[in-house]
Design a protein around this ligand. Structure first.
Ligand SMILES: Nc1ncnc2c1ncn2[C@@H]1O[C@H](COP(=O)(O)OP(=O)(O)OP(=O)(O)O)[C@@H](O)[C@H]1O
Ligand SMILES: [Mg+2]
Length: 453
């Protein structure tokens, strides 16, 4: 989809900001500006953006602190740092803290635009966007096993009403995808699909994210801010990781779901809401209820329509189908439109247990799409090589274990990936960076780290 994205540009130097803003605007990117970190956080509370681009050195809340706050509050929102030549080690530290990328000053226009477009393409921070835009090409829940057919039936039945749905299942089994599909099949599909990851916020922040606040509710509340419940009005609110909510907030959620009304923090007016709730967790809620960690009344409020997504290993027959379809989708996205599995290669993939479920399988297929030797066919050797790499990455979860600590293994995998990308691109660094999905600067930096310059 060709959606021009939006960027929050943070720099205390007005001149630099204006030059950057002009550049991005030319590239069809919508720009919101902030002169310092605190202003950036305030704007993020009110405006939806896809990517944050920030200078590292700023008075007050600097780029690094801004990064920390953004990753804590909006974990899916990518942050790109702009930094002077002398501060590469800081930039590397930023990457470790979760920055999407960094660009060195003085910046190369093409590189900057490339880095930002890449982050925009990946941006998932579309909490309040209409589901049609947010779901993008993520599409349907695939699978022809009896269990998956039943899941789809349950979803389409549940979609006709407004009863609360509780999605269960291991990590990576498709709970979020199921929630989106439920919204898409419902009468609410043209209204917002809003998600909140309840596990990503400390208590007070979670409440202000959910319920919003009035101007002056606390220091820093300079304007009224609507919470995600109100943003979802008329649509669906996806309460992800509901098992991570503390008892104090559980009470407030119970009231919200029961009464269908809320009071913004610092306010005294009751706001009626029309929201369909869908919750998800991989945690054993029943056991948590027994242990007194999860309120029983809330559990029953949520568990009106329970839907459990089966793990991939219990529906082995779906693996080949998923792998084939994922390749049909991810091949073209990675400039390999013709790429298909050799039957032996597919059999190898289908024979694995995939403890990380569809998410792990998807990532694996994407890596094959990028790294397989031919443009036409994924060979059994390609799969074997990548399985070995996967085992290293996961500390021996799938195939042969290897020696060394986790950091060491990661470094080894990284080094191999670098060498392979260089080989594939005939030592063309720009192309190698693209193959790896990182900016040229990051590539140079990684090469230096591994002594491969
Ligand atoms: N049945 C399926 N068909 C196609 N794609 C799927 C299916 N199930 C999951 N996926 C894909 O796998 C990835 C992980 O799915 P999702 O994020 O919905 O998992 P989850 O259950 O929410 O995981 P977690 O508990 O870790 O948050 C996504 O890219 C999703 O599109
Ligand atoms: Mg999820």
């Amino acid at each position: 989809m060709n959606r021009p994205g939006s960027v929050l540009l943070v720099d205390d130097d007005v001149a630099v900001r204006k030059v950057l803003a002009a550049l991005l605007t030319q590239g069809n990117i919508a720009v919101t500006e902030a002169g310092h970190g605190a202003e950036a956080l305030e704007k993020l509370g009110k405006t939806l953006v896809d990517v944050v681009v920030t200078d590292l050195r700023m008075p007050g809340v600097d780029g690094m602190q801004l990064l920390e706050q953004v990753t804590a509050r909006w974990p899916d929102l990518p942050v790109i740092l702009i930094t002077a030549h002398g501060s590469v080690p800081l930039a590397v530290e930023a990457i470790k803290k979760g920055a999407a990328d960094f660009v060195l000053k003085p910046f190369d226009k093409d590189e900057l635009l490339f880095t930002i477009s890449k982050a925009l393409a990946k941006a998932k921070h579309q909490a309040a966007a209409p589901a049609s835009a947010a779901a993008g090409s993520e599409g349907e829940l695939w699978g022809e096993s009896q269990a998956m057919v039943e899941v789809r039936e349950l979803i389409s039945k549940a979609a006709t009403g407004t009863a609360t749905v509780l999605l269960r299942g291991e990590s990576g089994t498709g709970k979020e995808l199921a929630a989106r599909q439920l919204h898409q099949s419902s009468k609410r599909k043209d209204k917002p699909f809003v998600t909140i990851n309840c596990g990503a916020f400390p208590d007070t922040l979670l409440e202000s994210e959910l319920f919003g606040y009035e101007k002056g509710a606390f220091t820093g509340a300079v304007n009224r801010k609507l919470g995600r419940v109100e943003l979802a009005d008329g649509g669906t609110l996806f309460l992800d990781e509901i098992g991570d909510v503390t008892p104090a907030t559980q009470v407030k959620l119970l009231r919200l779901i029961q009464e269908r009304e809320l009071v913004r923090l610092g306010g005294n007016q009751t706001v009626k809401i029309d929201v369909r709730f869908v919750a998800a967790t991989h945690r054993p809620l029943e056991e948590m209820v027994k242990r007194g960690e999860f309120r029983e009344d809330l559990f029953y409020r949520l568990n009106v329509v329970p839907i459990t997504l089966p793990p991939l290993r219990s529906r082995g027959g779906d693996i080949a189908l998923l792998a084939t379809r994922l390749m049909q989708k991810l091949g073209p996205e990675n400039a390999r439109p013709k790429l298909r599995f050799h039957p032996d290669a597919l059999a190898l993939v289908a024979g694995q247990s995939w403890p990380g479920n569809v998410r792990q399988l998807r990532n694996f297929i994407e890596r094959l799409a990028v790294l397989s030797g031919s443009d036409d066919e994924v060979s059994a050797a390609d799969v074997e090589r990548e399985l070995k790499r996967e085992a290293t990455l996961l500390g021996g979860n799938i195939a042969a274990p290897s020696s060394g600590g986790l950091d060491e293994r990661r470094a080894q995998v990284e080094r191999e990936a670098l060498l392979e990308a260089l080989k594939k691109s005939n030592d063309n660094r720009t192309q190698a960076a693209r193959i790896l999905g990182i900016s040229r600067r990051t590539l140079y930096n990684k090469l230096a780290e591994h002594g491969l310059e």
